[in-house]
Design a protein around this ligand. Structure first.
Ligand SMILES: *Cc1c(COP(=O)(O)O)cnc(C)c1O
Length: 469
């Protein structure tokens, strides 16, 4: 058989897909109880993949076997209930199943004519997100790989608009000789925002930093005077404390002088989609662009970032370097590529649609508030066990200081990680080493919290006793 015949046979037989399904189901059955982080053995077994690029064609069945045998045990159990590292979301079953189905479609979402179904669902997601977050009617959405990319798009739109307001066509005239743009950002701005500032050529040294309070919220009184050359960067969900900047007041000041406000809400923007937590995002609709992930709080599969922007002309002009947005190449249809830097993209909005369709407003509320409640339980139980909690747990993040000695904190964190019971990462908070907990998965139950608290206590006891000897 030649290559085409062989692959045709594999496609027709479907045995390969049944094999993958069998492995996937085994993995899912195991996910709730297995070691949260892979064992040292599993990691050293990854050497099984080390080889020169093969000369000969491989065998599909053996490839899947190898992946399951060595790959599955070396994956991090994010789909279980006790992974609290970084800010990484779980996955809703309906979105995983949707991904499987639509993987068979393998759609390209650049143009409506390439995939009418994806274009339709992007349009619907755009509408639904606008309704959920109560954003201006003019808001459009770009479906990108993640919040890092979404921030980049939002700031590109901001740059286009501010220059346009000053009679400068950035696409044509570029940076040379351009009037200055001022960047105003909080000391607690996420690294992804700083990266976008650098990538877009604003220069990190040019950022006007604004001090934040003890929760990491920007202090409005410390804001410099704004003018029409300003891009103001605010945050819904501080990556350590989960706190929210005061949007209402700062947006009013920005709007009074035609400055642009971008809100980075990678995981926190979803608070604005709930009844019970939306007080946290009050006034967010007065901004101009917003970045948010599906793959964190909403628990869609990875590779799901969203840029929302109420200035369609600025966004499309910035990303397409042309005014062609007025009439797309194929008529009235919504071509997804107008709102993203890429042309070809996978159909990630379908999983987002499935999540929103499945959850509805009440499900979003229950999911997001549930994460908050688990975080509050985590903090309460740790406090009862004499751990210092350094933040107000307003959302899903908890900052724990197990010791005033950075070295001891580090050792306790490593002992927790090595227990396999749960996984938490570290961060710096006011110059001190801390443990950061992020409750991000629908799977996490009250039992997962109690069990993880026990892992904290056991780790602390083992380190403190050992250091006393
Ligand atoms: C995760 C995160 C980002 C980056 O998002 P990606 O989807 O990983 O690109 C940016 N800002 C905040 C606040 C985040 O939590």
């Amino acid at each position: 058989m030649n290559l085409r015949e062989k692959m045709h046979w594999e496609q027709q037989q479907k045995a390969l897909f049944e094999q993958a399904q069998g492995y996937a189901f085994d993995y899912a059955d195991d996910a709730l109880e297995r070691n949260v982080f892979p064992t040292d053995q599993a990691i050293s077994d990854l050497d099984a993949f080390v080889e020169d690029l093969p000369n000969e064609m491989g065998d599909a069945k053996t490839i899947l076997e190898q992946l399951h045998q060595y790959g599955s045990p070396a994956s991090v159990s994010q789909t279980g209930g006790r992974y609290f590292g970084f800010v990484n979301g779980g996955i809703l079953p309906v979105t995983l199943a949707t991904k499987w189905l639509t993987d068979f479609w393998d759609q390209n979402t650049a143009l409506q004519v390439m995939s009418p179904i994806t274009a339709k669902l992007e349009e619907i997601c755009e509408q639904w997100l606008k309704q959920l977050f109560d954003l201006p009617d003019s808001t459009v959405a770009g479906f990108v790989s993640g919040t890092s990319s979404a921030i980049f798009c939002g700031l590109a739109a901001a740059r286009y608009r501010i220059y346009k307001n000053h009679q400068w066509d950035f696409n044509q005239q570029g940076h040379n000789g351009a009037p200055p743009i001022r960047i105003i950002a909080s000391r607690h701005t996420h690294g992804a925002v700083v990266k976008a500032i650098a990538l877009l050529g604003f220069g990190i040294d040019n950022i006007e930093w604004v001090e934040a309070d003890d929760q990491g919220r920007i202090i409005p009184e410390n804001m410099p005077d704004l003018d029409s050359s300003c891009i103001v960067l605010l945050q819904a969900g501080n990556v350590n404390s989960g706190s929210f900047d005061p949007f209402d007041e700062i947006c009013d000041r920005a709007n009074a002088v035609d400055a642009w406000v971008h809100i980075d809400g990678a995981f926190g923007l979803w608070a604005g989609g709930t009844e019970r937590l939306k007080h946290l995002t009050q006034g967010m609709h007065k901004a101009h662009s917003w970045s948010v992930d599906g793959h964190k709080t909403l628990n869609t599969p990875y590779d799901s970032g969203i840029l929302l922007c109420c200035d369609k002309e600025a966004l499309v002009s910035a990303l397409q370097a042309t005014g062609a947005y007025l009439t797309s190449c194929y008529g009235e249809s919504r071509d997804g590529m107008l709102y993203t830097p890429e042309m070809s993209r996978r159909a990630r909005a379908i999983e987002l649609w499935a999540a929103l369709k499945y959850l509805g407003r009440s499900g979003v509320d229950e999911l997001v508030v549930g994460l908050h409640q688990r975080a509050v339980e985590f903090a309460d139980q740790l406090r009862d066990a004499n751990f210092d909690i350094l933040n107000d747990v307003v959302f899903n993040q908890v900052i724990v200081a197990p010791s005033s000695d950075d070295e001891v904190t580090q050792q306790i964190m490593e002992a927790i990680q090595q227990s396999g019971e749960c996984w938490v990462g570290g961060s710096l908070w006011n110059g001190k080493k801390v443990i950061r907990i992020s409750v991000c998965s629908w799977v996490t139950s009250p039992e997962d919290i109690s069990r993880s608290v026990q892992a904290f206590i056991k780790a602390r006891d083992s380190i403190i006793t050992a250091s006393e000897k």
